[in-house]
Design a protein around this ligand. Sequence first.
Ligand SMILES: [Zn+2]
Length: 290
Amino acid sequence: MLAGIDLGGTQVRVALARSDGQLVASIKTKTHLVPTPQAMVDWAAAEIDRHRGREKVRSITIAAPGPIDIKRGVLVNPPNLPWKNAPLEAMMSRATGAKVTLANDADMAGLGEFHRGAGRGTKNMVYITWSTGVGGGIIIDGKLHRGAHGTAGEVGHMIIDPNGPLDNCGQRGCLEAFIGGANLAKETGHTAAVLFAEAARGDRDARMVVERAARYMGIALISLTNILDPEMFVIGGGVSRSWALVQPTMLETLRSSPFIKPARRPRVRRARLGDRAGQVGAVEWARINQ
Ligand SMILES: [Zn+2]
């Protein structure tokens, strides 16, 4: 059997699957109930043991927020968890006896959408998660592209304007500095959820902010298309719930590029798996790496 663990700032999810990737169980808990790396590992190992029946779990992937050290299997210092340098791969392997792989959560969500969500049937796809921050996962020729150091797909840190606002990463004018939910909240004084709700109700100021954000995302789609030539963009994360507000402007911006002719213009789709994408992708990665 296989297992995928999605470690988020508010929830931890465990999925068990047969060796062909078919899910057989899915369990979740609140992250604050497993407040240390050891507590999380013990909880996940116990759940895996409880649901595996008489089968052996051979391969486990843990999807975690970056930055992670994929060579050593260490979670370095996630922004929304007070954990530092947690050697999760070694800890989970000790607790379960399985082969364990630590992977980036946006990569895993992208892999989930590629194999079992909106991107099914494509070979070249870019997944973008647009929520508090902006992240991504890149599929090239049917395979997850991780780059030389495992950090490929940092779509949110693509520079849109070198004179733009300072981003948390230290660069100026990153896509995330312009459109990340946390930065929109800082700029407008409303949480992103309130901002999008107001825009949906027709509030003019909120609408302008949302439209500008969708335009910046469209500009990022143009650059990504020119570099990667994908068949499809799959957009997930909290903002994708406001699809009707952002999709028209994103598409219009992408279409405005005279360089990207209709024949090579990628489709833009809303993600299908919601907050299950990470665990589904983690199971797929465990299958690929078993
Ligand atoms: Zn940045």
